[in-house]
Design a protein around this ligand. Structure first.
Ligand SMILES: [Ca+2]
Ligand SMILES: [Ca+2]
Length: 273
């Protein structure tokens, strides 16, 4: 399976791209853009990476053994991944700081701290995701709330209420994004509003002064897969349902019952994108 992840701090023209190792959910890193600080010089061996992140003029790679490689600009101690360099599950690169999420739910922060972007709020546990902006940081807690710390010059720390129900975070130059479980995006700080319709999103990313949202354009009621909804889709649904085929489990409950009919009708009424 091709497994790609991309991290972009587009304002600075640095991009990292992962390509898959055959038969494994790990890969090598392709790096392009400015190399004025060596931020494109991926450390050997360039294999076995599971995640990447790009900072201002530095780069980070998470290896499948849970260690982090850091390269590029080494001012502010950016190359000094906190010990023990193991047990990491996610990385984020800010302007001149870095974040690493450990498998115990704690966050390590290193690099420049001029705006307090390294001061992870207590309790430093229960985090499930991290994001690093130019001089601010975000941590998503396992209760769906977002912690924000560091520079607040653009209001990028002012998480909108209710601060719950978030499933992903992204941090830009002076703005922040939170993806809610209902598929809507909250954007705050120095940012333009999220384009309408603000629904159906499954991922977010933030550059220096721009934002991206990935929208799920699947069409759950289109069971014939032709991109249209008509009576044939209903026949296929009934066929799946009557034979116990779990493709009829449209509400995702793990069981087939009348609620799946309601889900079908709801998806049918919503139409295809
Ligand atoms: Ca169809
Ligand atoms: Ca069901």
């Amino acid at each position: 399976m091709l497994h790609l992840r991309m991290s972009v701090l587009a304002a600075l023209g640095l991009c990292l791209w992962m390509t898959a190792d055959a038969g494994a959910q790990t890969g090598s890193i392709k790096a392009w853009g400015s190399n004025n600080r060596g931020q494109l010089n991926v450390p050997a061996p360039n294999t076995g990476f599971v995640a990447v992140a790009a900072g201002g003029t530095h780069s980070l790679g998470l290896r499948d053994d849970g260690s982090i490689e850091a390269w590029g600009w080494n001012g502010d101690g950016l190359g000094n991944v906190p010990a023990p360099n193991t047990g990491f599950v996610a990385v984020a690169g800010g302007g001149n700081h870095s974040l690493g999420l450990r498998d115990d739910g704690s966050i390590e922060a290193w690099g420049n701290n001029v705006e307090g972007q390294l001061n992870v709020p207590a309790p430093n546990t229960g985090f499930v995701a991290v994001a690093a902006g130019w001089q601010h940081s975000l941590g998503l807690r396992d209760d769906g709330s977002i912690e924000a710390w560091g520079d607040n010059g653009g209001g990028q720390l002012n998480v909108p209420a209710p601060n719950t129900g978030f499933v992903a975070v992204a941090a830009g130059g002076q703005h922040s994004l939170g993806l809610r479980a209902d598929g809507s995006i909250e954007a705050w700080g120095s940012t333009a509003p999220v384009p309408a319709p603000n629904t159906g999103f499954v991922a977010v990313a933030a550059g220096g002064t721009h934002s991206l949202g990935l929208r799920d354009e699947s069409c759950p009621a289109d069971l014939t897969g032709d991109g249209m909804l008509d009576v044939l889709d209903f026949f296929v649904f009934v066929g799946f349902f009557s034979t116990g085929d779990m493709r009829a489990d449209l509400d995702g409950s793990g069981a087939l019952d009348v609620l799946d009919f309601f889900a079908f009708i709801s998806f049918f009424a919503a139409g295809c994108p």
